[in-house]
Design a protein around this ligand. Structure first.
Ligand SMILES: [Fe+2]
Length: 208
């Protein structure tokens, strides 16, 4: 595949203020995400062909137990989506209908989802991510958490929503208060339209 590219943020640096500051986004996007892109490309340069798409590269790097490539490619994947999983004026319980019904069927009402998602982020020891994901075999939605760069792809699942609980994502704005950051993410930042878009895409893929 072509080399990894750092995408622009889909909004201005101060767009998510006060829930996520411009300073956090500058460091997180320009320094941390950029480092994953640079280091992922360095790892790819030394290899033959790891896949045609980023999804394939992530899964193949895991299968090959190439930790350097996996960590950087998976973090690139995670962050590419993370910027789109947030928007100004987002969050709360106004979910597109089909997605809301599916969450209700597989997980529970919005309060149950919110509680489980936040709990997964809180109980992820150290760095990592919490997720709303779809199991590719059963089609069921579930809440999960992963350590460091790991993501649902190599677990046979499709990520619909993820929250970065590495300290670099919240320490400037919330210091050590990870619960407050997770609450702000769910209540004020989630871009539910993007989550619904990924859900629709996963449905089409499952039906194909
Ligand atoms: Fe991050």
């Amino acid at each position: 595949m072509p080399s990894l590219d750092l995408p622009d943020l889909p909004y201005s640096y101060d767009a998510l203020d006060p829930y996520m500051s411009a300073e956090t986004l500058e460091y997180h996007h320009d320094k941390h995400h950029m480092a994953y892109v640079v280091n992922g490309n360095k790892a790819l340069e030394e290899l033959e062909h790891m896949g045609d798409t980023l999804d394939e590269v992530v899964v193949n790097a895991f299968k090959a137990q190439n930790h350097g490539l996996y960590n950087n490619a998976a973090q690139h994947w995670n962050h590419k989506h993370f910027w789109n999983w947030m928007k100004a004026g987002g969050g709360g319980n106004k979910l597109p209908g089909a997605l809301e019904a599916k969450i209700k069927e597989d997980i529970g009402d919005f309060a149950t989802f919110r509680g489980q998602f936040i709990e997964a982020g809180l109980t992820q020891f150290g760095s990592g991510w919490c997720w709303l994901a779809m199991d590719n075999e059963t089609g069921k939605l579930e809440i999960m958490k992963t350590a460091n760069a790991d993501n649902p792809l190599r677990h046979g699942k499709t990520a619909l929503l993820g929250c970065d609980v590495w300290e670099h994502s919240y320490y400037i704005d919330y210091r050590n208060a990870r619960p407050k950051y997770l609450e702000a993410f769910v209540d004020n930042l989630v871009n539910w339209d993007y989550v619904a878009e990924l859900y629709d895409h996963a449905q089409l893929k499952a039906a194909a």
